[in-house]
Design a protein around this ligand. Structure first.
Ligand SMILES: [Zn+2]
Length: 163
């Protein structure tokens, strides 16, 4: 997926997550969206830095990189929500293109979906919106049934562990 797709995905996802985390639809919802939209968009742009540094779709498109972004809020109390952008970037690359990503880099094998839609396709924006809706359903399910994402994943994990 190209930068336009990733930014569209990040913005729609942040708006949706704002309503999932703060469903009131008033000022709290908009504060939540404001809190998420910048870090999520930055996270969604980050993996493609490997077009300049390293190997594209490998060096920064893998689970160890995601683990770093998940660890930051927990250990350092910053970069909250950037991981959401990184996850959504991976998903969109897998579903919104023909090529996969090297999830377990440095093992170079790329994982993709045979139903991936080419970035240049006229369906690219539609795929982006569908991927966003699927992600929102998944986040909502986690938020309501597994662990609360209210104050970021780090706080959610701490709260669920009682620490
Ligand atoms: Zn990418």
């Amino acid at each position: 997926m190209n930068k336009k797709g990733h930014v569209l995905n990040a913005i729609l996802l942040s708006i949706g997550l704002g309503y999932i985390l703060q469903p009131s639809g008033d000022v709290e919802t908009f504060v939540q969206i404001a809190e998420m939209i910048v870090p999520v968009t930055l996270g969604a742009l980050f993996p493609d830095v490997d077009t300049a540094f390293g190997k594209h779709r490998k060096t920064l498109h893998n689970l160890p990189v995601l683990a770093v972004f998940l660890a930051y809020p927990y250990f350092f109390g910053n970069l909250e929500f950037v991981w959401v952008g990184v996850v959504t970037h991976y998903l969109l690359d897998v579903m919104g293109s023909k090529r996969g990503i090297a999830l377990f880099y440095p093992w170079p094998k790329e994982f993709g979906l045979p139903i991936g839609v080419a970035t240049s396709s006229k369906w690219a924006d539609a795929v982006t919106v569908v991927v966003t809706l699927v992600e929102l359903a998944a986040f909502a399910a986690v938020h309501y049934f597994v662990l609360s994402l209210d104050s970021g994943l780090g706080a959610g994990i701490r709260a669920s562990l009682g620490v």
